[in-house]
Design a protein around this ligand. Structure first.
Ligand SMILES: O=C(O)CCC(=O)C(=O)O
Ligand SMILES: [Fe+2]
Length: 322
């Protein structure tokens, strides 16, 4: 049953219902849903999902997130990462309202506990448990969506499972300070993610995604409403059948901070365009892709100042017919 709290202001982005009692693999409804997911991604690079297998975890995770962001800046900065773009971001001149933490491999309770013990020397079981449980629900959703895309493209399920095994997950917690201007303020500007997929959940509205008509679609907040956006790496796998979705966050509230959560997936092994998606009409578009090398390459000063398409610069193959 569709959750009563869901209101999508401008539903020009497909909304797919993956709530628990529906959609058993093998049924006609399942096959149509797989096609709907693929078409939404091909058309818009993203879509909205209703998913309700979280019980009351959203409240727990947001209470934990608030507790984390309330810590002193010095404490929060103690968490660093060897992986590019996987550390803590404090508010800066470019994004003055935005702050974010990354927890790499949140499916491991040990990792979540290690993170918590950097933030709270005595540990914080409630925090690590909430992050681990919410991440597990999001990973389940991510895998479901990817299986649906593979199935709709007719890619063998063994290949799909092997692809899923090679995905790395990072959970990001976000906080945005209230807007300082009448009419709202940019929380994070228009951008595309570098991931395979990013699954976003928000406690307060603010997320906007650009649909295939170039319109900004506002996504309302609800415990069971998620937004999937494809990132650069999925263009490589899909050989450009699926292009990344541009999105941004606009902060309207002048009183309350906005909290949101992202599950970001990365390829831990070299990624190649799927052979099923390469043919005469769709010549191969990308060379083998190393995700973490790619991240390291695009955050250099030179790359950040370049107007070229960052993915094509890194591993694009020129179309010999042009
Ligand atoms: O806060 C959100 O809803 C989205 C954040 C986002 O798009 C990002 O950090 O890449
Ligand atoms: Fe993003």
């Amino acid at each position: 049953m569709q959750s009563e709290t869901v209101v999508v202001s401008e539903p020009q982005i497909p909304l797919i219902d993956l709530t628990s009692q529906k959609l058993k693999p093998g049924t006609d409804e399942w096959v149509s849903a797989c096609d709907a997911v693929r078409i939404a991604l091909e058309d818009h690079g993203g879509f909205l999902i209703l998913f309700d297998e979280f019980d009351d975890k959203p409240n727990h995770i947001y209470a934990s997130s608030k507790q984390l962001f309330d810590l002193p800046t010095q404490t929060k900065m103690q968490k660093t990462s060897d992986k590019p773009n996987h550390g803590y971001f404090g508010p800066g001149p470019l994004n003055p309202l935005f702050e974010s933490h990354a927890i790499d491999n949140p499916l491991s309770l040990q990792v979540c506990q290690n993170f918590a013990s950097i933030m709270w020397p005595e540990g914080n079981k409630s925090f690590s448990g909430a992050v681990n449980a919410y991440a597990s629900g999001l990973v389940e959703l991510d895998r479901k969506v990817k299986r649906m895309v593979f199935e709709s493209y007719g890619v063998d399920s063994e290949k799909c499972e092997s692809f899923l095994e090679s995905n790395n997950y990072t959970m990001r917690l976000y906080k945005y300070m209230p807007a300082r201007k009448e009419g709202g303020e940019e929380g994070i500007g228009a951008h595309r993610d570098t991931t395979l997929f990013t699954i976003l959940h928000q406690q307060m509205h603010g997320l906007e995604i650009k649909n295939k008509h170039g319109q900004w679609v506002r996504v309302d907040a609800s415990p069971s409403l998620f937004c999937v956006v494809a990132g650069d790496a999925f263009s490589v796998w899909s050989n450009d059948r699926i292009r990344p979705c541009t999105h941004q966050v606009t902060i309207k509230s002048k009183t309350s901070p906005r909290y949101s959560i992202g599950l970001l997936s990365y390829a831990s092994r070299t990624l190649h365009p799927a052979e099923e998606l390469v043919d005469e009409q769709h010549p191969i578009r990308y060379k083998p892709f190393n995700h973490y090398q790619y991240l390291a390459s695009i955050y250099t000063k030179q790359a950040l100042n370049s107007s070229q398409d960052r993915l094509k610069t890194y591993c694009g193959i020129e179309d010999i017919n042009i």
